[in-house]
Ligand binder design. Structure first.
Ligand code: UGA
Length: 437
């Protein structure tokens, strides 16, 4: 069996590399020739732990990389669509890439007798697979879904920074479709890949699509909930949100995961998917009261940080402020929707002098701010001479800051959005999200 994977971002490249490393006959397709040549040299175009090793293994075994959708459509039995669906200007999702790929597959289908199953992994709003993608495929192939090709919705749940592990052992596989033959074949593929330990949920297209949005929106809700509690803690002397989480997390109905209060969630998925569900819900006439509150709570977190900084510094203008951490989470160089970037924008507006550090995301950040801010290649260099250090991303090295290091600062003032440091051991003025003073 040959498998095609169209779109080599986090999801597609991880899947292609994991399958290739297990000797599956895989072809990874991307229209970006530069990306293709980087991948062919054994390097991932973005930072993702373990991916380079997996990719090299896969290339040495059975992974081909190409830009040829016609070849993949004529030769593969399973064809995954894993292109991005970025946010659109109107607060929904931009389906340009998905539609383009569907058109190209459709055209290719019209020239082949092969009957692949097209598996939509890209995150798309409920109804998209059946109403938009299927329509385009049928139009350009002049073939009927369920006869000339199969179509399945199969949302992805991997996390950036854990993409390889999550591809190897996902917590769930969701298969959405309406022709039993395609569902059974895709089910067989995943059973072979993961064994029968991974729960497999079989449903229709639109439910599969909704599951993805419900999943990410619930995660966003957990984070906003705990951030709301964190705000309350900040106004209650001697309280720490960590103690609250330790207790409520022991209630099995709540659980302890995804309850880390912080600067607010970022990244290319949680904010976008929540926003899409808000829009979708409104479009079908269901007022998204809770979802809007989740979004608003998240947006407030950066203001919460600004208030902490302002109260502690009094004057921001001309002050040298060190920002530790730029990526939206540790283990990643991704700065999409990163709260650090939003905070830097606000501080620049107030005419602060910004110096930043991040183990992986400096290059991406340079593309946004250029020479408007300074970049440090070590944590010590970042905090030297500064009036305030703000910890944003929970990279391990920031937990190791010592009192000796802090003496490099002009004023020993720490704003800790992730509570990485122990305020009782610090010889510094310390303010944190979720800690009452
Ligand atoms: C998220 C989901 O976790 C994945 O299951 C999903 O597949 C993915 O989106 C996607 O749709 O592609 P990801 O964006 O990689 O994964 O990042 P998360 O680990 O979910 O973190 C998102 C943000 O929430 C980060 O900014 C993180 O710092 C923040 N966060 C997370 C918290 O503030 N507190 C927490 O307890 C957990």
């Amino acid at each position: 069996m040959k498998i095609g994977i169209i779109g080599l971002g986090f999801v597609g490249l991880s899947l292609a590399s994991v399958l290739g490393s297990k000797k599956y006959n895989v072809v990874g397709i991307d229209s970006d020739r530069k990306k293709v040549s980087t991948i062919l040299s054994g390097k991932s175009p973005f930072y993702e732990p373990k991916l380079d090793i997996m990719l090299k293994k896969a290339l040495a075994k059975s992974l081909q990389i190409s830009s040829d959708i016609q070849f993949a459509t004529s030769n593969c039995q399973l064809l995954f669509i894993t292109v991005g669906t970025p946010p659109s200007k109107d607060g929904y999702i931009d389906l340009t890439k998905v539609k383009q790929v569907a058109k190209e597959i459709g055209e290719a289908l019209s020239k082949t007798v092969n009957k692949p199953i097209i598996i939509v992994k890209s995150t798309v709003a409920p109804g998209t697979t059946n109403e938009v993608i299927k329509f385009i495929l049928e139009k350009y192939s002049k073939k009927k879904a369920g006869v000339g090709f199969g179509i399945i919705a199969n949302p992805e749940f991997l996390r950036e920074g854990k993409a390889v592990d999550d591809t190897i052992s996902p917590h769930i596989v969701v298969i959405g479709g309406n022709d039993q033959k395609s569902i059974s074949r895709v089910k067989k593929f995943f059973l072979k890949m993961h064994g029968n330990k991974v729960p497999l949920i079989e449903t229709n297209h639109q439910t599969a699509e909704l599951i993805k949005y419900a999943n990410n929106s619930f995660l966003a809700t957990k984070i906003s909930f705990i951030n709301q509690i964190a705000s309350i803690c900040q106004s209650l002397p001697e309280t720490n949100v960590e103690d609250v989480v330790r207790a409520i997390g022991l209630d099995p109905r709540i659980g302890k995961l995804f309850l880390k209060a912080g600067p607010g969630y970022g990244g290319s998925c949680l904010p976008k998917d929540l926003q899409t569900l808000i829009k979708f819900s409104s479009r079908i006439g269901k007022k998204p009261i809770l979802l809007e509150a989740v979004r608003e709570t998240n947006n407030f977190q950066v203001r919460n940080l600004m208030i902490l900084i302002k109260e502690a510094l009094q004057k921001i203008r001309g002050r040298r402020i060190s920002i530790l951490g730029l990526s939206f989470k540790e283990g990643s160089d991704d700065i999409r929707e990163s709260v650090s970037i939003k905070l830097i924008r606000l501080l620049l507006k107030k005419q602060a002098k910004i110096i930043v550090h991040d183990p992986k995301a400096i290059e991406n950040t340079k593309m946004i701010f250029g020479d408007k801010i300074s970049y440090a290649d070590s944590v010590k260099a970042a905090i030297k001479g500064s009036h305030c250090t703000v910890i944003m991303t929970p990279w391990k090295e920031y937990s190791n800051l010592t009192n000796n290091d802090l003496r490099l600062m002009k004023r020993r003032l720490i704003i800790d959005s992730r509570r990485l440091l122990d305020r009782y051991k610090l010889d510094a003025e310390y303010h944190a999200i979720g800690i009452g003073e």
